[in-house]
Each structure stands twice: as C-alpha cells, then as structure tokens.
Design a protein around this ligand. Structure first.
Ligand code: GLP
Length: 262
C-alpha cells in the first residue's frame, strides 16, 4: 500500500484526477473506471470536469464506468440515487453516455439476483482498472459496514444507524435515507486492478489509521485494502493525522523514482 500524505483536499483532488487521466490516456476506449459516491471524491470529479472543459483532459470516448453501490427503495428518478448522482457529478459533464455507466440494479422485483447480475457485468467488462474509493467514519468501504465478510461479493445490505445519520445530509431527514442498499462486496472491490482511496478531513483520521495500520479485520472493512497488491491512499493532512508512520510515508513519496508513477 502506498500512502501519499498531501497538504489539503485540493492536492488530493489533483492527484486523484491525475490517476484517472493517466489510466484513460493509456487504456483509451478499453478503460474501465470504478466510481465512488459520497462527498470525498467530488473535488476530484470537479477537477476532471475542469480539465475536460479546458480541453486538456483525455478523450472519454468508449470509457466504461461502474459504480460501487446503490440505494434500494428510492424512486427511479430520485436525485440522490447513486445513478443520478454520478451522472450529474461526473459522467454527464465528461460526455460519457448513460449506457456506459453501470450500477447495481435496485429494481424491487429483481433484488434477489441483482448482486449476481452485477458481478457478471463486471466480469464481462474485463474488470475495473482504477477504482476510486472513499472511507466511512466507521471504516466502511462502499456500503460494506463493519462485520462484512472480507470475501463478500455484490449483495443486499442493511445500513447502520451511523451511516444513515452521516448520509442524512443528502436527504430532507434521516427517515428518508433508505435502510437497504446494494453494494459491491469487499471481495469484488479487491478484484479491481488499482484501488485509489481518497480521505480528507479530521473525521476520517481514526478510520484511516485503523484501515492502514490496524489489524486486518471485518470490524474495519477498509482494512481489507491491506490484501491488495496496488493501493494508493491519497490523504490530506487532517485525515493523515493519526497515522503512526506518516513521516515515513512522506519520505517514501518524496524519494519516489519519477518513472514509478502512482
Ligand atoms: C457512503 C458511500 C461510500 C463513501 C462513504 C463516505 O456511505 N457509500 O462509498 O465512501 O459514504 O462518504 P463521504 O465521502 O461523503 O464521507
């Protein structure tokens, strides 16, 4: 795992956008992007859109996207569904058409097979090249709450009260936050070729330290990242605050051979 301690959320967004653009430039039309929702990736997405609109970004023609998770029980046209969110915040502005943006299908009559169908779609696409990730304050990854199997695949899950409270800011009240979700499993996430975890703000410091330096445990789902051969953690100063080896990560990053990239 490579932890990159950065000054602030702007630097995190810049490096995050660099990783996405490098992938799209090198893989072109066969690039498969894994997208996260939540507020942490938004500055990265805005930076990608800014570069795209300024004409300095790569072409997104042919690029396919897969989201991590989706609420169950929202109306199909609900603006806070993750399908609508990712279209609004990233893929529409980049000109990636809706038929190339995939997410778990929350239609009520197909829930029993939704996980399996999403796994098949991921495999058929050849897997995710770069997966953008955020981390929940309780260490959750996508919607894999503490206790989730480290080998889990896409399935229906029930949100904790804490996550529903955290996400209530996107809804009129906590009562409007769905209880159920479909989420890629931790085992699904581990199949992506490069995982890029974005963490900003003091509210993520404890979860990030547990994920990166704590024991591998289902009690901190994000600790599963320790099993993956290519993880980049982009953390701002506040989120990196509780990392015991912070100075070492900085030293490693500063001494990195330029050819290595992220
Ligand atoms: C949600 C999402 C996660 C996200 C997490 C943190 O629960 N399902 O993918 O990483 O919240 O969100 P935020 O970045 O807003 O703190």
């Amino acid at each position: 795992m490579e932890v990159v301690p950065l000054a602030d959320a702007t630097e995190v967004a810049d490096r995050g956008a660099d990783v996405v653009e490098a992938l799209v430039r090198s893989r072109g039309q066969s690039a498969v992007l894994g997208l996260a929702t939540g507020s942490t990736p938004l500055p990265t997405y805005r930076e990608l859109i800014r570069r795209h609109e300024a004409g300095s970004g790569p072409s997104y023609d042919g690029v396919r996207c897969f989201t991590l998770d989706e609420y169950v029980g929202l109306a199909a046209d609900h603006p806070e569904s993750y399908r609508a969110t990712i279209a609004r915040e990233l893929t529409d502005p980049l000109g990636i058409p809706a038929d190339r943006v995939h997410g778990p299908d929350p239609a009520p009559d197909g829930l029993a097979t939704a996980g399996e169908r999403y796994e098949e779609a991921l495999v058929a696409a050849g897997g995710v090249d770069v997966q953008i990730l955020g981390i929940g304050a309780d260490g959750h990854l996508a919607f894999n709450e503490p206790g989730s199997s480290l080998a889990s695949l896409t399935r229906l899950k029930t949100l904790t009260e804490e996550t529903r409270r955290d996400n209530a800011r996107f809804f009129d009240s906590i009562d409007d936050v769905p209880r159920h979700v479909l989420t890629q499993g931790l085992g699904t996430i581990l199949r992506a070729r490069h995982l890029v975890l974005l963490a900003t703000g003091a509210g993520k410091a404890a979860a990030l330290a547990a994920a990166v330096e704590g024991p591998l445990s289902a009690s901190c789902p994000a600790s599963v990242l320790q099993l993956h051969p290519h993880v980049t953690v982009l953390a701002d100063a506040a989120a990196a605050e509780k990392l015991a080896r912070r100075d070492h990560y900085r030293e490693v990053y500063d001494a990195k051979p330029p050819w290595q990239g992220l």
